[in-house]
Design a protein around this ligand. Sequence first.
Ligand code: NAD
Ligand code: DAU
Length: 345
Amino acid sequence: MSSNFTDKTVLVTGGAGFIGSHLVRLLLSPACGAKVINLDALTYAGNLESLQDVEKHPNYRFVKADISVADEVRKVFEDHSIDWVAHLAAESHVDRSILSASVFVTSNVLGTQNLLDCAREFEVQRFLHVSTDEVYGSLGSEGAFHETTPLAPNSPYSASKASSDLLVRAAFHTHGAPVVTTRCSNNYGPYQFPEKLIPLMISNALQDKALPVYGDGKNVRDWLHVEDHAQALATVLAGGKAGEVYNIGGNCERENLTVVKLLLQALGKSEDLIQFVKDRPGHDRRYAIDAGKIRDELGWEPSWNLERGLAETIRWYQDSQDWVERVKSGAYREYYATQYGDRLA
Ligand code: NAD
Ligand code: DAU
């Protein structure tokens, strides 16, 4: 993979988010050796403290910009000579989209189109659009999502992601844009914002707080370690075929209740902490991914199994109480001003 990135400047959008921060770290590593421009608006989900270990890397630059504002996006392309784009910036939490959907449309749909427009104008050579398995909707007890499964999104979040997928598809068919789309299952691992299932449950259990399980807890998700996802994204960025979609999955389907019980067991906590709460409206029952295409065409397969991944993730959250506390208190939002203050207008 390494030679593919030599001399490439990659614009990573959403690089201050959970998955983006892992991709930034991987692209800067000697295995890839890319130059990285991290474009992020620093919404509540953007946390530059997750990138402290690479922020002084000579090949790394951070730019605060909002992808839904065309002029801000354009300026980034004017200021930097960008070869490839890895587009991850998005509003990503289903529960938030149920409460208030419009920012999901603005960032995920309009933001994607703004990036596609600039990528065309500035002749970007590759554009990786990072999407989600949720665009396919919900499965019954059998079967898996294939790249050809019809889109049937059920939440405002997944509808906004499906809309952005269609704009990416249109850019390929209309303008011959060098786009490739990935659709991934649920990620977990270090630096995940503690509003998502696994970090929320770890964080609550560590404080002996109740663990809120939606509905009957039998909804199924396919869990993928975030480092495996970053590897898959780099693989598709380097070798994916323009116009194609690649599903990415972890081969780790589990009911939510099973995951929660595994976490409690590993933490030595009682199952009495589990609290069944009102279900998420429109809650998708089951996701499962057939990731045969990326395996057969590009040679990528997940390397983490769930038991090892959860054990390492628990260890990371136990060792990173400061990071968690600064997220919960909101202190992480001051980091940009303290580190990049001299660049503020
Ligand atoms: P995240 O919420 O942790 O991070 C999103 C990042 O995007 C944040 O840094 C935020 O500041 C930034 N952002 C949001 N709106 C922006 C805007 N208008 N302009 C610029 N930056 C903006 O998300 P994540 O979990 O890392 O997900 C990254 C991508 O991967 C998303 O596109 C998501 O749909 C997709 N995805 C996530 C998962 C998962 O399990 N987390 C699975 C499949 C696909
Ligand atoms: O499938 C990929 C998607 O995975 C990504 O596109 C999304 O960005 C990402 O947020 C994730 O969506 P989910 O809705 O599946 O993830 P979440 O962690 O919110 O919930 C996972 C499951 O756990 C889901 O069935 C709802 C349930 N849940 C979640 C929370 C936060 C609970 O039972 N209790 C909770 O408190």
